[in-house]
Design a protein around this ligand. Structure first.
Ligand SMILES: [Mg+2]
Length: 293
């Protein structure tokens, strides 16, 4: 585990908190809560805990109720919960696991057991996070991948058509990328993909979407204040990339852009028009943008 994980320890007894904290604090960062209500608050706030050690018997909300609420909210449902309790019956253990806890530790607290269980479940959690990340992001550039783009873009286009606000799609393709790979080798080609991706990220607002569509092709989506704003943004991207000159190599892109219209019907429709505009940009000499009719 390279980066330290964050463990939230919840117990109404200060002594128990101290004992649990001393078990965990050598390997992980910790936060503490002394009630169920406080636990829910901390669990929702960023940075979110990677694991929660949750006392069952607490005044007010007990641990079972807290766990139920954690699992009911999409914001906190994926945080693993380990119950810590003096109750030892099979029935109690069954109930805890049924509520979605990953494990169950009984009091009196045995540090070796706590450490082992906590570490196991944190390893699993971090592995799962990594897999999720791989499912959404392009590994080379860190941009969203094609799969995620199509998923999100489909929803964005539907929303813009329903609520009648402007949404633009930019299809961006690096010019003569094959020649770059042939002349300088694939590692250099990969590095250039990364540099171009950085420009796209830096030019983005958080609500914009930038994705690697495949190969040397990127898609950017955003809702500008007006059409000229959209063109200015595309021109800025064009210019920034032509000024990059990574490793002294001249790199340019061509951009095809299209505003979502009702006739598009869906993301596929508008993407097709952006792609046609991109072809015109290539035909008309590259390092330029064309707007779909
Ligand atoms: Mg208690």
């Amino acid at each position: 585990m390279s980066e330290k994980a964050l463990v939230l320890i919840v117990d109404d007894s200060p002594t128990n908190l101290q004992v649990l904290a001393s078990c965990v604090k050598n390997c992980h960062r910790i936060k503490v809560a002394t009630s169920g209500e406080q636990c829910l608050q901390i669990a929702q706030a960023s940075p979110q805990p990677d694991l929660i050690l949750l006392d069952v018997e607490m005044p007010g909300m007990n641990g079972y109720e807290v766990c139920e609420q954690l699992k009911a909210s999409s914001l906190t449902a994926s945080i693993p919960v380990i119950f810590v309790t003096a109750l030892q019956g099979d029935e109690d253990e069954r109930r805890g696991l049924e509520l979605g806890a990953v494990d169950y530790i009984t009091k009196p607290i045995r540090p070796a057991i706590v450490i082992a269980r906590v570490n196991t479940h944190i390893t699993l959690k971090l592995q799962r996070d990594k897999l999720n990340k791989m499912a959404f992001y392009d590994q080379l550039t860190g941009l969203y991948n094609r799969h995620y783009l199509i998923d999100v873009a489909t929803k964005k286009v539907a929303r813009s058509l329903r609520h009648h606000y402007d949404l633009w799609v930019l299809m961006i393709d690096i010019d003569h990328f094959k020649q770059i790979n042939d002349n300088y080798g694939h590692p250099m080609g990969d590095d250039i993909l990364k540099k171009v991706a950085e420009v796209l990220v830096l030019d983005n607002r958080t609500e914009d979407l930038a994705a690697r569509f495949g190969g040397e092709e990127f898609v950017v989506m955003f809702d500008p204040s007006d059409d000229s704003d959209a063109v200015i943004k595309a021109q800025r991207i064009l210019k920034k990339i032509s000024k990059l000159k990574p490793h002294n190599i001249s790199v340019t892109v061509s951009i095809g852009m299209a505003k979502v219209v009702a006739e598009d019907g869906n993301f596929e429709g508008v993407l097709k028009r952006a792609d046609q505009a991109l072809y015109r940009a290539k035909d008309n000499g590259r390092n330029r943008l064309e707007i779909a009719r």
